[in-house]
Design a protein around this ligand. Sequence first.
Ligand code: ARG
Length: 585
Amino acid sequence: MIKEIQTILNAGAKKAGYNEEFSVSFSNMPNLCDFQCNGCFALAKKYGKAPLQIAEEIVGAIDNNGDFEFVAVKPAFINIKLTYKAFSKLANKLLSLDKVGVVEHSKKMNVMFDYGGANVAKELHVGHLCSPIIGEGMKRLYKLLGHTVQSDAHLGDWGLQMGLTVLQLHEDGVLDYYFTGKGSEPEITLDMLNVAYPKASARKNIDAEFKKRADQYTKNIQDKVEPYYSIYLKIRALSIKTIEKLYKELGAEFDLWYGESSCDEYTDVVVDKFIQQGLARESEGAVVVDVAKEGEHIPLPKKSEDEEQRYKNPMPPAIIKKYNGGDLYATTDIATIYMRNLANPIPDEMVYYTDNRQNLHFEQVFRCCKMSGISPEGQNLVHIGFGTMNGKDGKPFKTREGTVVKLDDVINLLIEKASEKLKSNGVEVTRELALKIGVGAMKFGALSNFVTKDYVFDIDKFLAFEGKTGPYLQYTVARINSILAKAGEGFGEINISDDEQSAIIMQIIKLNSAYQICFEEKSLNSLCLATYDLASAFSTFYNNHHVLKEKDDKVRKSYLGILTLVKKALVQALGVLAIEVPEKM
Ligand code: ARG
């Protein structure tokens, strides 16, 4: 639409003697016009004329096809309004498209999304909430824009937590059967894991001997030494069941359930690559890669006392082999990129979502991959570090006792709160409905925030049925469903006949620009806002138009067309946000 207006405007300008490229944007004053052009101001000097005069001459020279009204206004804007006829044409076209108001990208990419990142043997907690939500949404957005996408859960299943957990269970006498062959095979349960890992993790910080043994256990698992490896596989399988359930409830869908362990056969291959290319060196028994650029200083964390030292700190080297020969987080991430690049075609882009404490890790990994050629030039490696989810007090979200909130508990809380809310609105509640509303509310709340910023987890606010919330949008769709069902007839040709109707179409056009902005920013907040704006334009229209009581057949059927179009656009946008819409609520 904007391009079409620009073409008409530029042709007019040329006719009037101004050989310039004008750009057109959405209007800042939607009650005055739909689009605007601010380009005349800058030309005053060049042409030695008053800017308003330039605007007037251009408008006078425009060959209009009747779809737009161009007006030159003080001080020197060109305001552009679409006629109702143009809006009607557009609305009917939008209604006939599979994708409502989406301009697909001409350059199609193959993109690998890496989000989720749950760790085997560790219970998922609130910190694991954002990655599957944002990652899933961004993947769906890329798909909508025409790209080929794949998602990988990239489970944390090859690190120290494995050795720690197995060692702790061994010490607690649970694993004797595997080590001595005596007695009967024990049943390892989730509860056991949930106790063993935190216990071992706390202990490793104060007991160096214990940590060293855990390192050895980890190495044994990585070297597939028995019985360590078999025990590990059992724990992994057990954990994955819970992880799958939680991701399903959150609506995160993965094409690949790979983990750090999946690239095991390539970890030595990539380490050798660094050694052979002279990019690696030995340091205290470990293999490290210097990734700092010449003269580069990254600031030390703020808490550092020494202000001067703070800015003299080069990026630390990446450690790709541990002192005992074990693989680390960086090793598996580099080897995973190597493995993904064995595919044909290789991904044009890999996008990672983790919290922003991993910014350094990814910067190191990406630099390693670029300097060694593991990631070819031109391949985009993108890491988005999102902010922390805080409680209403502005501090990281914790339980009353000050411990980390488990993800399972968050989901149960959302279900409980959503049930209460729905019941108080007189809705018949099932667990399935409460899950959709509760999780939808939380997702919309989280995604409304610019991705890299911290945000407040305020469940009561998220669950409000009015305002910029998930339930409001879900409710808008449910309401349209119910009107369409009551109407009991199909829609007809849309005929836009007033500003409240054209405002709806305008919001649908703006949805496309939100999709594009979100793609650029790798954040979905603009889409949340645009979706809300569309729903509220619809509400204004619906409050002032008696759709079902409208006597004129043509008008009523046109209204039903508008409703159908709004529903389509909302469902599409909520689909990108992975917010499910119930038929009724
Ligand atoms: N398992 C990691 C964690 O809990 C997240 C994994 C993110 N993805 C990756 N390729 N490193 O922090």
